[in-house]
Ligand binder design. Sequence first.
Ligand code: FAD
Length: 412
Amino acid sequence: MATESTTAGLGTFPAGTVEPAYVLTGAPTTDPAGVFSDISGADGTFWARARSFVQEEVLPVIAGYWERGDYPLHLVKRLGELDLLRDGVNLDGFAPMSKMAAGLVMMELSRGDGSIGTAVAVQGGLALRSIAYCGSDEQKNRWLPALARAQQHGAFALTEPTHGSDSVGLETSATATEGGFLLNGEKKWIGNGSIGGITVVWARGDDGQVHGYLVPQDSPGYLATTIEGKASLRAIWQAHIRLEGVFVPDSNRLPDANSFKDTSRVLVATRLGVAWSAVGHATACYETAVQYAAQRKQFGRPLAASAIVQERLARMQSELATMQLMVVQMTRLDEAGALTPAQASLAKFTCTRTARSVAANARDLLGGNGILITNRVARHMADIEAIHTYEGTESIQALIIGRSITGISAFN
Ligand code: FAD
């Protein structure tokens, strides 16, 4: 069938081509083990809202933003308007949101695009959660509703150029001065760190402990540069930040952030969200592969008619079901207050590495079309690389799991 379409499936291609316009953005429900069959009520409402947003507002535009390395801030604003931005942190004046709902939303947004999922992870999961866990009542009233509604942008600055996996050794300093603190140091990879708004900066106080500080991004001495040249998560911006004697008033220190343990509480709470994000990426890759295999013909029949292709689809489905079962079970534990840090690590460890496998298989199944950004898979494949690394790399998760197995810390 010849077509002159320039929009469906493959994006722009020559008029008159004999190649069909593959439709790859339909949304078949992918739940082979029935793990989501009992999702209903408020959880189902959040999930459905995220799904509509992805289908109607994200998928039609995101490949262009990704390719240009542009951050679609209007979509972040929509996340706030749709109450999809707070990652399960419950706030007065907002509908109750369960951990399951937060996971489903993260999965769904990442199924659309990793940068959109990451925007929620950064603003809701990390910045908003830090203030909710460690802030004063005044700080909570001032910032939480505004961050949840995307009336303000929020960032979380922990990582430094020379302290990634060992962020516990961070060197940014907060020196007491009259009426507040002077912050000096550098932060790297800070999502939302260069777009205006507020950054939660983790720095070492005079007592040698790590504390949290709320730093408006227009503070004198806060110098942020957007990191360019990324091959992953291209539709969100991360910043390299220099803090040169930034004055932070006493009222902007988070009163309940007094050691790295408090930072870790925030990080552990978001780790499972990264696993959900991996499920979303893998779902997108699997769904695209299924649709492509049905539409792409070689040797006079659809790829899907080949036994080898069916085996590959079965393998991908098996991997996807494993991931789904893992995140749903861990979230049930989390809702019961029983999730351990090692279990959260097991979920992230399992899901991001499995998503990599699903993406690689899907990419190959799409042949040359698999490397075109408009065909979804390559974009997800690249984005999985970032979530595989952030919030603790695969090896760091393995060390946390290994410590819980053996009782021996192998970090040093
Ligand atoms: P390194 O720590 O240098 O690790 C390099 C390699 O060495 C990895 O494979 C790692 O597993 C391995 N390794 C390290 N230590 C050990 C060990 N003891 N044993 C065995 N192997 C080891 N940070 C923030 O604070 N805020 C953000 O908003 C944020 N967003 C991010 C967004 C993106 C896209 C990325 C890529 C990163 C982001 N980060 C953010 C930082 C992220 O958390 C770090 O990149 C991550 O913790 C890894 O640190 P690193 O990149 O310095 O790698």
